[in-house]
Design a protein around this ligand. Structure first.
Ligand SMILES: [Zn+2]
Length: 158
């Protein structure tokens, strides 16, 4: 299977068209048949990378009405981009030719809500919250955002 050659602009339109079908309850459930599955045994060429929250209510393949092999989906609570997540995105861009990276946030995200609380969250969930807290801080202090971003930028890449 050859690399994908769908432009980022075309890919965004395909996502938005699929989301319109989702919103209007006219889902096509495209490209899930046996022929598609057989084709995908040769390789993959997804037209978009989607970084989404792991929240069960936010499933990119359903929300964008796409089929097997269409989306390179990475899901993690709070859709935070850390090393392994960035590595997955990098793989799809470099090796599969995918040109659009779409970050899908959502309302009432538990990870973001926890990040807005002053209390420290323990365990591995706390590690996710610590990545989001600088963004919460920036949003609350919009006027001095650029200076504050420098102070917290290491959180995004360590
Ligand atoms: Zn969420």
């Amino acid at each position: 299977m050859e690399k994908n050659n769908v432009s980022a602009k075309e890919a965004l339109k395909m996502l938005m068209d699929g989301n319109k079908r989702f919103v209007s309850n006219t889902l096509n459930h495209p490209r899930t048949d046996q022929a598609r599955r057989s084709m995908l045994t040769e390789g993959q060429a997804p037209f978009a990378i989607v970084l989404s929250c792991a929240d069960s209510r936010v499933d990119p393949n359903i929300a964008f009405d796409q089929g097997l092999g269409d989306l390179f989906v990475i899901r993690v609570a709070g859709n935070v981009a850390r090393h392994k997540i960035l590595g997955s995105i990098e793989y799809a861009v470099q090796h599969l030719g995918t040109q659009l990276v779409f970050v899908l946030g959502h309302e009432k995200c538990g990870a973001v809500t926890a990040s807005m609380e002053p209390a420290e969250v323990e365990g591995h969930v706390g590690a996710i919250v610590e990545v989001i807290k600088p963004a919460v801080y920036l949003a609350r202090h919009q006027d001095g955002g650029n200076k504050i971003f420098s102070a917290f930028s290491y959180h995004f890449f360590d």
